[in-house]
Ligand binder design. Structure first.
Ligand code: VG1
Ligand code: CO
Length: 546
């Protein structure tokens, strides 16, 4: 018997350990510099009222420092008296797979090691998200308590023991705690089989349906290979960039036209397959494409809502839908036509959890390439890809045909997001502050070609638990139904990122085939007049346009 010592190591509060939109994100080297991670993990455990006797799920997206962080967290969980930690083999778990495992195993919560769509590697980003027993991201009340604890913490506990073998599935003891290493993919792939008719999808691949799935050297590779190539019989090589690498092979695993440019080029090229998709670092986001056709995430959510009943897991129809405030109102039109309630929440998946738990909604989504349903409590990239695949196969339509038919029925919400990254924080704050200060007087004012119908700083009252969230984004609504929204990102790690969201609705009889940037020109001009982005920041163009 080895004797284990639990060391209570003195620590000092570390400034700025405030979880953002989706957990705590910092440069990976900051996390790797002890006791930064230790401090935050102990604060998390303390804020939860301790982890004694509890079961946790642990895994991440394979990025640099993930395995080392997992070992530290295991030793801390053991020293804090946890009963069991279920870890994905190799410390791998996609975010939706972690959410599923928490629910499947009735765990008390889980820790996901990822900075999601941010690049990985020693010079890039790392992150930690805490998920609750329902499988969803911790709500603000919990992240606020964690942050408060990071400010008065004085010690953390680590078990003095050897690393656990995370490469071999099975159980090992770490002090009094059981470390259970599980295959990261199987339970998730099984869940997908309950939602979609794999035999029908298999038939489509057999009859020559062609697909490209770009996993961007991040976590979905092993999941996508198992599901598309092994279980559905898609040609081998359907999944590209399928091996998770610590630095994502230098790719920026954000599935949008800018960063997934290889996939974009293939899908816009002459030999494009029928269907293309990409996912982000931790596997909760998706981009879907057809031959020569890009689907905006807001439209994707609307198309899924309109056609979900075609998939076996949703044949009974939807209970309701939800979208984040900056997401376009395309899904609202589907909800209205189907007599469903459509909820509007602040940005970040944590706000959907209560609605899903209460059975108010089945489907939810964000403009940032995130869609999901009540099968887990996270957005789910591969689920969305399977949902699209199912709809394509069931209708026999191409992606572009499906999209055109959708617009002809519901009209089109032209939509775009302009991101201005790494702005000086003071500059971004004063831009937002000055605009916020003049919101009240905007109503009725002529801004360029547009007239302001209403303006506010979005606040949310959770219909389930009554909690309030203030200052979730400045929205300026124009007469005729177009709008702009401005907010600062809560996931960046360098300076401030300003997001400008632009939307304009054109009815089914209108021109449905405009270039979105041209269709949105009046809103882009109005945004400059109101917020003076170029004038104040000197940026003449956004860093990323989606
Ligand atoms: C961004 C997106 C938001 C998303 C969040 C987490 O947040 O805009 O819609 O929920 O990332 O996504 P922000 O605060 O930077 O705008 V990810 O894939 O962590 O999982
Ligand atoms: Co993500």
């Amino acid at each position: 018997m080895t004797r284990h010592t639990i060391s209570a190591t003195p620590t000092q509060p570390i400034e700025g350990q405030k979880p953002g939109t989706s957990g705590l994100r910092k440069k990976a080297k900051v996390f790797a510099n002890a006791p930064y991670l230790e401090n935050f993990i102990q604060a998390t455990f303390d804020a939860l009222g301790g982890v004694e006797g509890k079961t946790l799920v642990l895994g991440g997206d394979g990025r640099w420092f993930g395995v080392e962080a997992a070992q530290i967290i295991l030793k801390m969980a053991a020293a804090n008296g946890a009963e069991r930690v279920i870890v994905g083999q190799g410390a791998w778990l996609s975010t939706p797979a972690a959410s599923h495992l928490i629910r499947l195993r009735g765990a008390d919560g889980g820790l996901i090691l990822s900075a999601s769509h941010n690049p990985g590697g020693p010079e890039e980003d790392f992150g930690v998200k805490y998920n609750m027993a329902n499988g969803g991201p911790a709500p603000e009340s919990v992240t606020d308590a964690i942050f408060a604890r990071t400010k008065d913490i004085t010690q953390y506990f680590v078990l003095d023991c050897a690393d656990a073998d995370l490469q071999t599935c099975g159980e090992v003891q770490m002090g009094g705690m059981t470390v259970e290493v599980v295959d990261p993919v199987h339970a998730y792939a099984d869940l997908m089989e309950t939602l979609f008719d794999f035999n029908v999808l298999k038939g489509a691949f057999k009859s020559g349906f062609k697909m490209r799935m770009d996993s961007m050297c991040a976590i979905t590779g092993p999941y996508a290979r198992e599901i598309f190539e092994n279980r559905l019989g898609a040609a081998s090589g359907t999944v590209v960039h399928g091996d998770p690498l610590p630095d994502f092979g230098g790719m920026h695993p954000d599935p949008n036209p800018t960063w997934a440019h290889e996939l974009m080029a293939e899908m816009m090229g002459a030999d494009a397959p029928d269907f293309g998709a990409a996912s982000d670092g931790d596997g909760d986001r998706n981009m879907v494409l057809g031959a020569g056709c890009y689907v905006s995430p807001s439209d994707s959510l609307a198309v899924l809502a309109a056609n979900a009943h075609l998939a076996k897991g949703y044949a009974q129809g939807l209970k309701g839908v939800a979208r984040s405030m900056p997401t376009s109102a395309a899904v609202d039109r589907v909800a209205q036509a189907k007599g469903l309630t459509c909820y509007e929440t602040p940005t970040g998946w944590k706000f959907f959890g209560n609605l899903l738990d209460a059975g108010h909604v089945t489907l939810c989504g964000e403009e940032s390439f995130g869609t999901g349903s009540d099968h887990v409590r996270e957005k789910d990239g591969l689920w969305a890809v399977l949902m699209w695949l199912n709809i394509l196969v069931s209708t026999g339509k191409s992606v572009s045909q499906l999209l055109e038919d959708h617009w002809k029925t519901y009209g089109r919400n032209y939509y775009s997001r302009h991101d201005f990254e790494a702005l000086p924080i003071d500059q971004a704050n004063s831009l937002m502050g000055d605009l916020r200060a003049k919101l009240a007087e905007l109503k009725g004012q002529q801004i360029g070609d547009l007239v302001v119908a209403d303006a506010d700083d979005f606040a949310y009252l959770d219909p389930v638990d009554g909690s309030k969230s203030q200052s979730q984004g400045l929205r300026i609504l124009f007469e005729g139904g177009s709008r702009i929204v401005l907010r600062l990102s809560g996931t960046g790690t360098e300076g401030a990122t300003l997001r400008l969201y632009l939307e304009r609705y054109v009815g089914p009889e209108g021109d449905l085939s405009l270039d979105p940037q041209l269709a949105l020109k009046p809103m882009i001009d109005a945004a400059e007049m109101l917020a003076e982005i170029t004038k104040r920041t000197g940026r003449v163009a956004p860093d990323v346009i989606t």
